[in-house]
Design a protein around this ligand. Structure first.
Ligand code: IPE
Ligand code: IPE
Ligand code: MG
Length: 255
């Protein structure tokens, strides 16, 4: 990967103050297929360009001071796509890890995975495990990859484990449930971006996103560049997060 981590800001866009920068940004990388269709290309070309775009956004995230970037790469529902497309998506992740892992590691990126490895081709499973193991002590940016991930599936698995471990009903709290989710130990996403203009969550971080700020843009994922990323962060900086309180109780970012 080309210099993922250049700790500088784009001269034309001043950095946001740290207290207005989202610590954890999650992205629903949507619109690869339509991006390709618009150009008369096969959908797989859209996915290829989508993976390329990930490098740019990783760099932008580091430059902006984001600590955790969660990306939705493959949902539990995406298995229902045509077989060749599913295979292509698996191959692309494998290729990404093969090509970029060393560079990501050198640049201090810690890779994490949320979702189930069961059902994923064995070769890819091995690559993922290798990536997690190699980068586990890095701390510059956490790249949290949601692959074979579904929010409902995550909750079902958490409940099963809680029951299996015989945890008494009175001990079940929000913190306890958090502990059993894939995202255990990570703060909830502050900002969830969805590209391609869709206004739905598609089973992404349904528990963790309960108080996230949502941002959507009509831009398809392969075209969602650094400028767009900064625009989303700039909009977030003006959002007034109330967490159920009233206006007067919370600080106004614009005052
Ligand atoms: C997002 O792009 C990539 C994945 C879901 C893996 P899509 O493939 O969903 O593209 P559209 O939404 O069909 O345009
Ligand atoms: C969400 O996009 C999943 C990923 C980006 C991996 P989809 O394209 O699968 O979502 P729907 O089907 O339009 O809701
Ligand atoms: Mg889509």
């Amino acid at each position: 990967m080309v210099a993922v981590v250049r700790e500088q800001t784009n001269a034309s866009t001043p950095a946001l103050p740290p207290e207005r920068t989202p610590r954890h940004v999650a992205i629903i990388m949507d619109g690869n297929g339509r991006w390709a269709k618009q150009r008369g290309l096969p959908r797989t070309e859209g996915h290829r360009n989508g993976v390329e775009n990930l490098r740019r956004i990783l760099q932008a995230a580091v430059e902006c001071g984001v600590e955790i970037l969660t990306i939705y790469a493959f949902s539990t529902e995406n298995w229902n796509r045509p077989k060749y497309e599913v295979e292509m998506l698996m191959r692309l992740l494998e290729l990404f890890l093969e090509r970029e892992l060393d560079e990501l590691h050198k640049n201090g990126v810690q890779i994490r995975h949320i979702g189930e490895l069961d059902g994923v081709p064995t070769r890819l499973q091995k690559r993922i495990v290798k990536g997690l193991e190699l980068t586990k002590d890095n701390s510059r940016l956490i790249l949290n990859v949601a692959f074979n991930y579904g929010g409902r599936d995550e909750i079902v698995r958490a409940v099963r484990r809680i029951v299996e471990e015989g945890i008494p009903a009175e001990d079940i709290t929000e913190d306890l449930i958090n502990h059993y989710l894939y995202t255990c130990g990570l703060p909830d996403p502050d900002l969830i971006i969805r590209t391609s203009g869709e206004l739905r969550v598609s089973n992404f971080l349904i528990w963790q996103g309960s108080y996230s700020e949502y941002y959507t843009t009509p831009t398809y994922w392969p075209d969602f560049d650094e400028t767009e990323f900064r625009k989303a962060l700039a909009e977030y900086a003006h959002r007034k997060r109330r967490f159920g309180q009233i206006d007067e109780q919370v600080e106004d970012p614009d005052e």
